[in-house]
Design a protein around this ligand. Structure first.
Ligand code: ATP
Ligand code: MG
Length: 229
């Protein structure tokens, strides 16, 4: 249950030149550890997360999930690892409008062909854990922003991921609700033993974690005393 990036570099064409979005990035998050990733707008946070989520392929370097290097050359293997080992929470919950909260979670198992009674109970248990037992049959339009994010967190945990990635999961919420959702995310990641990497502008919302800062595609570790609030 760990996430490791080794010397990851990603460039994109920029006119006649190339632009480096990720510059020799290495990091490791252990199972049960929650690490905050912060940095200015455009510094490469979402790009880094997309590489860790196996949605983007780096030009060079490796991504390891739960101890195994994910092959760069097999789309099928990458999809399997993404489905089975990675959970992602987005800035807005990205829920399907026509599905109830419970169905959003069941869909995760349906897609990988594992929707059975055990998966249905797990979906229900996760929704209870995030405090939505009374809202399991509600559709996104009937939920508040915070409630939708809680569904998003529960959904990300549905496949028992080794790695949990979240991109500004509280950006759309007010400070108090944001803090509550972040605490829930940290608590759930820790409890499930997932290696969690959370992009946030408010690293102080994440208790006792390491903070990594990215600046123009280069990563550096902040010492806790340098974290401002
Ligand atoms: N497909 C792409 N092609 C070219 N440039 C890209 C591409 N995707 C992102 N970029 C650029 O890469 C840089 C990093 O983008 P990224 O989305 O990772 O930033 P971010 O740190 O998540 O910013 P924000 O806090 O605004 O979400 C930005 O300058 C962006 O314009
Ligand atoms: Mg971003």
């Amino acid at each position: 249950m760990s996430l490791k990036l080794q010397n990851v570099t990603l460039t994109v064409p920029d006119g006649t030149e190339t632009r480096t979005l990720l510059d020799d990035v290495s990091l490791e998050v252990a199972g049960g550890e929650v690490v905050a990733l912060t940095g200015a707008s455009g510094s490469g946070k979402s790009t880094l997360l997309a590489v860790a989520a196996l949605l983007l392929r780096p030009d060079s370097g490796n991504v390891s999930i739960a101890g195994d290097i994910v092959p760069a050359n097999s789309d099928r293997k990458r999809t399997t690892v993404r489905r089975n080992q990675i959970g992602v929470v987005y800035q807005s919950a990205n829920l399907f409008p026509s599905l109830t909260a419970l169905e959003q979670l069941e869909l995760v198992s349906h897609i990988d062909g594992s929707l059975n009674d055990a998966a249905r109970s797990r979906a229900m248990e996760l929704l209870v854990t995030v405090g939505l037992e009374a809202r399991v049959n509600a559709r996104p339009a009937e939920l508040s922003g915070g409630e939708r994010q809680r569904v998003g967190i529960a959904r990300a945990l549905m496949n028992k991921p080794a790695v949990l990635l979240a991109d500004e999961p509280t950006a759309a919420l007010d400070a108090e609700r944001g803090q509550a959702i972040m605490s829930l995310l940290v608590e759930q990641a820790t409890q499930h033993g997932a290696a969690a990497l959370v992009v946030t502008h408010l690293p102080q919302q994440i208790a006792s974690s390491r903070v990594l800062e990215i600046d123009q595609g280069r990563l550096r570790e902040q010492t806790p005393s340098l974290v401002s609030d």
